[in-house]
Design a protein around this ligand. Structure first.
Ligand code: EPU
Length: 337
């Protein structure tokens, strides 16, 4: 275990923000993780996974712990199902591809989501009609204060839209070391109702898609809309899609009858933040090296040398203008430090 000082995090966050960490350690085993936590340097701790859902607005005076735990293991299997354990530091998309190669079904709609396995449960990653919680079985953690290992079941995690216990009561208290998924080995329950998937499959005349077909469709859709962080720094959706009450929704509908929406319940309506941001005139706009992506307004991008503060300023300008124009308040999805 090597402690580095004043380490640049530019290659450790998908926004590609140049920010330095006062102390930095990359841990490869659970023993190393516990050792790092027990050193007194860990008092002001920053847990770093794939760095795909965060914005760094300055240098970190803290101790950055990079979770680099690797490995995939089959824990149990029957004729029809398999329980697979993936360590927190595995790249999410590579893990999804591993499952598809083995014909393990359930994660195909979540292809190409940036980040690592260990951060998936924190915000219950989701795309194209599927969320991590749908196949999540449990996750293993180390409690920071006591170094005790604890398993969180699906119920313990209290998953919700882009939310879990790890963003609430358990925030900053546990480090997720691995995640267990329950996947299908046959009779895969494919979910293709999300408009773009169906369209993509129809174009290829695929009527009964395999999980590989679905993964390929999702990859094609994502690549056509979302920038590759290796080419253009970004953190995926910067804002959450707002869910509003009936009264707010009715007022909004009066002014914007053409807006897409999704009825979450008879009294709750989800409106795509990307649509709102586009309506506010920001889509494709560039301010210095900070910008709004041209194909998906929900994604803020770093054209090269934007600082975290510049991206944050743009986000706040967007939030204000969207509220002024549409009456809807949008809230960031990324974690800001
Ligand atoms: N839209 C616009 N303009 C835009 C973007 C979107 O009008 O610039 C409209 C679209 O035409 C469509 C609606 O908004 O009617 C929804 O768009 P899309 O299907 O692209 O999905 P989204 O709601 O914008 C969410 C997730 C994405 C995920 C997609 C696909 C959130 C915050 N974002 O975006 O997640 O890939 O659905 O399931 O829920 C991420 O979290 O990083 C992420 C990329």
């Amino acid at each position: 275990m090597r402690i580095e000082e004043n380490k640049s995090l530019k290659n450790y966050n998908t926004f590609g923000i140049a920010s330095n960490a006062r102390y930095f350690v990359s841990v490869n085993t659970i023993e190393e993780l516990k050792q790092a936590l027990s050193e007194k340097l860990s008092e002001d701790l920053f847990i770093l996974g794939g760095g795909s859902n965060m914005l760094l607005t300055g240098d970190l005076s803290t101790f950055v712990l990079h979770i680099n735990l690797k490995g995939i293991e089959i824990l149990q299997e029957t004729e029809t199902e398999v329980l697979v354990k993936a360590m927190a530091g595995e790249n999410w998309h590579e893990f999804v591809q591993y499952c598809i190669a083995k014909d393990f079904g359930g994660l195909e709609n979540l292809s190409l989501i940036p980040g690592n396995v260990g951060t998936g449960p924190i915000q219950n990653i989701g795309a194209y009609g599927v969320e991590l919680k749908d196949t999540f079985y449990s996750c293993n953690t180390v409690e920071i204060e006591t170094l005790k290992e604890r398993e969180f079941t699906k119920t313990d995690c209290a998953f919700d839209y882009r939310n879990s216990i790890f963003k609430n009561e358990a925030k900053g208290k546990y480090i997720i070391t691995s995640v267990n998924f329950r996947l299908t080995k046959k009779d895969h329950k494919t979910r293709i109702s999300y408009g773009d998937i169906q369209k993509n499959l129809a174009e290829k005349n695929i009527e009964t898609p395999t999980i590989k077909d679905i993964s390929e469709a999702v990859i094609a859709i994502r690549q056509s809309k979302l920038p590759d962080p290796k080419v253009l720094g970004n953190s995926g959706s910067f804002f959450k899609n707002p869910v509003v009450d009936s009264e707010t929704f009715q007022n909004f509908r009066r002014n914007f009858p053409e807006a897409p929406f999704f009825e979450v319940s008879p009294t709750e309506f989800k409106i795509p933040a990307g649509w709102l941001i586009e309506k506010a005139g920001f889509k494709g706009q560039r301010f210095g090296d900070a910008g709004v992506h041209k194909n998906q307004a929900l994604v803020l991008v770093n054209y090269g040398n934007a600082t975290g503060k510049e991206i944050w300023q743009l986000a706040m300008d967007i939030q204000k203008k969207v509220k002024e124009i549409t009456g809807i308040y949008i809230e960031p999805e990324v974690n800001v430090f």
